[in-house]
Design a protein around this ligand. Structure first.
Ligand code: IMP
Length: 221
């Protein structure tokens, strides 16, 4: 049985990214959970040195839960390419360098794929919920598609302009935020976390949240 967060719980969001913080706080609010950011509580950012997404999400969540003595939620995500044996993977942000140059990161992906005809790619998001006693629950969402070249679209962030989800014709970079967020690796991971660990929504709040996230799938690890 997964451990649940009850209504009225306070949670630390172990991320220093303001976009992610706002998005996750909005998803938690209808479940009666209030969230404070690790930055607002002055918590340090631990080294992300685990070998996989789940491990990195867990170590960030555990560090925040122990430092704040509250349950904490962390995420780790990235872009994986079959022809590159899953790289850049957990190094997705690092491939963009200190200047966060994702045009350069996408060009490196294209150059390393080279003539390989296998253009399969996917995004992964791991969400970890940790408690100060060391208990953790981890959820993984994945969305499959193709790495295209040249990149298309200026919306979104990171590797969005070179990723077309299976069954779609537009890249994430050509989709509106609502179109993209309707079905992403993050939406899928959050839907799994919500089903396992959060109090059920009232039907009105449920409708609101579904309109906001339209997430699906339950890929729990
Ligand atoms: P982190 O989880 O904040 O370390 O981010 C990992 C990196 O993965 C980001 O900097 C992006 O490069 C990439 N990434 C994760 N999710 C997405 C997405 O939805 N679109 C595009 N790039 C993403």
């Amino acid at each position: 049985m997964p451990r649940r967060l009850e209504r009225g719980a306070r949670l630390v969001l172990a991320s220093h990214n303001p976009g992610k913080l706002a998005e996750i706080a909005a998803l938690l609010a209808p479940h009666g959970i209030t969230a404070a950011s690790a930055a607002a509580l002055g918590l340090p950012e631990p080294e992300e040195d685990a070998p996989d997404f789940s491990g990195n999400a867990r170590l960030k969540a555990l560090a925040a839960a122990r430092a704040a003595n509250l349950p904490a939620l962390a995420d780790d995500s990235g872009f994986c390419v079959a022809a590159l044996a899953g790289r850049p993977g957990i190094h997705s942000a690092r491939w963009a360098g200190p200047r966060r140059d994702f045009s350069a990161a996408m060009a490196r992906v294209q150059s390393e794929i080279g003539e390989n005809p296998d253009r399969s790619a996917w995004f992964i998001c791991a969400l970890a919920l940790a408690w100060p006693d060391g208990h953790t629950e981890t959820f993984v969402g994945r969305i499959d598609g193709s790495a295209i070249w040249p990149p298309r679209g200026t919306n979104g962030f990171g590797y969005d302009p070179m990723f077309v989800p299976s069954g779609k014709t537009h890249t994430f970079g050509e989709m509106t935020a609502a179109e993209k967020e309707a079905d992403t690796h993050r939406a899928r991971a959050f839907a799994a976390l919500r089903a396992a660990c959060l109090a059920p929504l009232s039907s009105a709040a449920d409708r609101e949240t579904n309109n906001a996230t339209r997430g699906n799938a339950t890929n729990r690890q």
